[in-house]
Design a protein around this ligand. Structure first.
Ligand code: ADP
Length: 487
């Protein structure tokens, strides 16, 4: 691993502004740390307000010529970018594992899923259309065209350092926008590597800019208040999302927000229990529980409750292995930082204090300071903190319910609504529950919902807008209506 870090040409330590790799104005750097060992990987530019303003200016200067490129040209750039990511997927996965901790296989899967957005939007770029609409009066014709919104700012989290950025930047570039991005300071290396490959793919100077830094609120303020930025796309916590929406109000920016979830995972007694157990383990423990669509509350109907708990514990025992991401048999890496670990511990303590009982796990793991045992807690009360907040860790609370109405009521009793899952073999129940869940995405008899073809996004306080799919590009477009008269 040390050898790899020393040798790879994909680790960048500077910001990329106007087509140049540049140190921060004040010359400061910050350390990027491996969460499995707490060791420093490298130091990266610690940008602030001035650097961000420069990045915005360069994106703004590049906008005129980029929006005038043909869709075919933009498609070509995205396609080459896709090819380069795919070709370098193993190295990119190593970088991702080093900074995020997730096992190598999962890191490579993320890199490839990120790549799929470049492929998708390279295709989508050439299929943008307007309308020709009949006018109410003679001698007139109505047209619509789709135009890029302008400079798009993007702020992304550490849990998917590669694919969250890929999903945003590919759609924006396809639409003809230019971009300023700020990755999470925990995981800037995957983002910088993507930008380097973009440079190699022929992205012109100024079209894609990246600032890295620890002063997220300073950078975020400039991005969300600058009159030169037309759009802000954010993935992260609901609290920060609210701040960005508020700040964006001053210049009436377009906003896309992918915020927190609190996904219910309901298992009805009509379910194929074996399939539900496998999906629950995948859905809860993927990314060590640190994804916004991870099952956060597992609701199981009375009649099959004991059987489900027992089988889920067996499945966890059989499938999950805690360890460093670079070990080939690890499935569960570390938590991202001490704060994340503290939250997990607090949720476990609170769940036990409110009546829950440990089925397995419940404590740290000898692999290292930030590792935690995959944990199952049964008889959890719906009042427990773990049901009210997103845990973002490897803890599965199992809640018992009696009726379908009760399960749906519990599932919807939260201010957020991103993903929701349920298992049932009753077709009428499947349709009823899918309609009733207050979420943006439903997995019925599956937990594998994330894919480039489908619109990703939430309702309620989980966010605004959709990413991926045919809809994702619209987030970066304005509709212009042209009325042609005198015909
Ligand atoms: P998490 O709890 O997952 O770290 P955050 O919402 O804090 O979620 O972080 C997501 C992204 O938002 C990161 O890039 C982080 O640096 C950035 N961020 C955090 N606080 C702010 C802020 N006040 N303004 C703008 N960006 C912020």
């Amino acid at each position: 691993y040390d050898e790899f870090i020393a040798k790879t040409t994909l680790i960048r330590q500077k910001a990329y502004i106007g087509g140049k790799w540049t140190a921060s104005v004040n010359g400061r750097t910050f350390d990027v740390v491996n969460p499995a060992t707490q060791e420093k990987i490298v130091a990266v530019a610690d940008c602030g307000v001035e650097d961000t303003e420069r990045a915005i200016k360069s994106a703004h200067m590049a906008l005129g010529s980029w929006r005038d490129t043909t869709a075919k040209e933009r498609s070509g750039v995205l396609r080459r970018w896709f090819d380069l990511i795919t070709k370098n997927s193993k190295e990119l996965a190593m970088i991702l594992t080093a900074e995020n901790g997730k096992p190598l296989a999962e890191a490579e899967a993320e890199v490839l899923s990120g790549a799929s957005f470049f492929e998708w939007y390279s295709e989508m770029a050439r299929h943008v259309r307007g309308d020709v609409i009949e006018a109410p009066a003679k001698g007139r014709q109505i047209f619509t065209i789709r135009e890029p919104v302008g400079v798009a700012a993007m702020i992304t989290p550490w849990n998917f350092p590669s694919s969250m950025l890929a999903r945003k930047v590919s759609a924006a570039i396809a639409a003809g926008c230019t971009v300023v991005m700020k990755p999470a300071h925990e995981t800037p290396l995957s983002a910088l590597a993507l930008v380097q490959l973009g440079e190699e793919a022929g992205v012109p100077p100024g079209v894609v800019n990246i600032v890295t830094g620890t002063k997220a609120s300073d950078i975020g303020k400039v991005l969300s208040q600058s009159p030169l930025v037309a759009k802000i796309s954010f993935t992260g916590s609901t609290n920060v999302g609210k701040i960005l929406i508020q700040q964006s109000a001053s210049t009436v920016k377009r906003v896309s927000m992918e915020l927190g979830g609190n996904a219910p995972f309901i298992v009805f007694d009509t379910a194929d229990v074996k399939a539900a157990v496998e999906a629950a383990v995948f859905c809860k423990f993927r990314g060590n529980g640190q994804t916004c669509i991870c099952a956060n509350r597992i609701l199981v109907q009375e009649k099959i409750y004991d059987e489900f708990v027992e089988k889920m514990a067996e499945e966890v025992e059989k499938k999950l292995k805690v360890g460093h991401g670079f070990h080939s048999d690890s499935t569960q890496g570390p938590l991202i930082n001490q704060k994340a670990l503290d939250k997990v511990k607090l949720h476990v303590e609170d769940a036990l204090a409110t009546g829950g009982k440990i089925v397995r796990g419940g404590s740290g793991h000898p692999a290292g300071k930030q590792f935690f045992e995959p944990t199952l807690i049964r008889d959890v009360s719906t009042d427990a903190l773990i049901c009210r907040e997103e845990t973002f860790g490897p803890v599965a609370p199992l809640i018992k319910f009696k009726t379908e109405e009760e399960a749906v009521m519990i599932a919807n009793s939260t201010s957020v609504g991103l993903a929701g899952y349920f298992f049932s073999q009753n077709i009428a129940q499947i349709w009823r529950v899918a309609r009733k869940l207050e979420v943006g995405m439903v997995g019925a008899n599956t937990a594998m919902i994330s894919t480039v073809e489908a619109p990703f996004g939430g309702v309620k306080e989980s966010g605004l807008g959709r990413e991926g799919s045919q809809y994702g590009i619209e987030e970066y477009q304005n509709i212009k209506y042209i009325c042609l008269g005198g015909l």
